[in-house]
Design a protein around this ligand. Structure first.
Ligand code: GLA
Length: 386
């Protein structure tokens, strides 16, 4: 994570005041993708890369924002919401402020300086990290602690839906809000209950491979998948009235009624139903220290996302092929929304160097780009640095 001292100094040089410091992590998901908006299960960890917000109160009702990455100072007024969807990082900040106010948090004006080592557009949830860090900063400056961490996460999701225009699920905000060091979180996205599962194995490492690929169709295809799942729910409800979401459908039920679904919708539903089972099984495997089984479930999850949900891409598939052929790798899969971004690998410590080398070499040879590869432990959720 970025050093705090230079950020304090930088803040002082811009705003002439001493800031308070807040941060929230990016995330990788071990298993359970495209399940959150189907009321299902996810098993993410918070990563060590974080977004930092240095913040101080202002006497007026303005919020001034600057980023160390984009040094133009921007500002907005708490009482006059600016236009939505300007397609910039400021949308997340202003969206979060509006979303908090809509929940009755009485915000004060603020000076903010943002710094981050979570890459943007890499599928590591840089936006949720920004929302959670800004959200906690604004609530704390205002001395208003009424929102729980879960409510903060929901406020972030609302900011994305209403202000930014991304119809995301709740996984990214929840793990950025609730992440725990050395634990994965098993999250039930219907009840929003998060159960920590110890995840610090001597000798086993999480290695993230950022392909640096970002497909333009990611967000339109994401919305299309959501609609296909809804179509599946509607068709299945005709014969299974208890079904509120795909979470409520068992595999035997899906198989029995598959003929009611188009080929595409059947495949999407098949992914979600089996992915929920894999996620529950993965949490069990992790708590029993069965890394071989966890790894097997990760690879099965990738295949399902690739073949049935069709959200992978050649670069991600190549990274998984390379990893699964490498000795000492328990499992590998794409992580997050797909169409580019990262793979997550669970690797024996002694295999980290050879896997990293094989991934760099082969991705560059086949696609001409150099992936960014790093290891991470499970880290903590949003917090103030006191
Ligand atoms: C994106 C969304 C999440 C989730 C994942 C896929 O990261 O923001 O809510 O749907 O894709 O699991």
């Amino acid at each position: 994570m970025t050093n705090l001292v230079p950020l304090r100094r930088h803040f002082h040089s811009i705003y002439g005041a001493e800031p308070r410091l807040f941060s929230a992590p990016g995330r990788v998901n071990l298993v359970g993708d495209h399940t959150d908006y189907n009321d299902g299960f996810v098993l993410p960890i918070a990563i060590e890369r974080r977004t930092l917000v240095a913040a101080a109160q202002r006497a007026d009702r303005s919020v001034h924002v600057q980023s160390t990455r984009f040094p133009t100072k921007r500002q907005f007024e708490l009482d006059r919401p600016g236009p939505r969807r300007q397609n910039g990082w400021l949308d997340y900040v202003e969206g979060m402020a509006q979303s908090l106010q809509a929940r009755g948090v009485e915000l004060t004006g603020a000076d903010l300086l943002i710094d981050s080592d979570v890459p943007t557009g890499a599928g590591l949830s840089s936006s949720a990290a920004l929302e959670m860090a800004v959200g906690l900063a604004l609530c704390s400056l205002a001395g208003d602690e009424k929102l729980s961490r879960v409510e903060l996460a929901v406020a972030g999701q609302t900011a994305e839906h209403d202000y930014v225009g991304t119809m995301c699920g709740i996984m990214d905000q929840l793990i950025a809000a609730l992440g725990q060091s050395d634990h994965a979180l098993m999250i039930d996205c219907r009840t929003l209950e998060a159960t920590p599962v110890p995840f610090a194995r001597p000798g086993a490492v999480v290695l993230v491979c950022d392909t640096k690929v970002k497909r333009e169709l990611a967000s339109s295809e994401y919305n299309r998948r959501r609609a296909e799942c809804q179509e599946g729910v509607r068709a299945l409800q005709e014969v299974l009235p208890h079904v509120r979401a795909l979470r409520d459908v068992s595999l035997p039920e899906l198989e029995a009624h598959a003929a009611r679904l188009s080929e595409t919708v059947r495949k999407r539903c098949f992914h979600v139903v089996t992915e929920n089972e894999r996620t529950l099984a993965a949490a069990r495997a992790l708590s029993e220290d069965d890394l071989a089984e966890l790894g097997r479930l990760m690879v099965a999850s990738h295949r399902s996302l690739q073949v049935d949900y069709e959200v992978s891409c050649p670069e991600l598939d190549l990274c998984v092929e390379i990893a699964t052929a490498e000795p000492g790798v328990y499992g590998a899969r794409m992580t997050g929304g797909g169409f580019g971004g990262c793979t997550v690998n669970l690797v024996a410590e002694e295999a980290v160097a050879s896997l990293s080398e094989a991934l760099s070499r082969e991705v560059e040879r086949r696609f001409g780009t150099r992936p960014d590869i790093f290891t991470t432990r499970a880290s903590s959720g949003v917090k103030e640095h006191l």
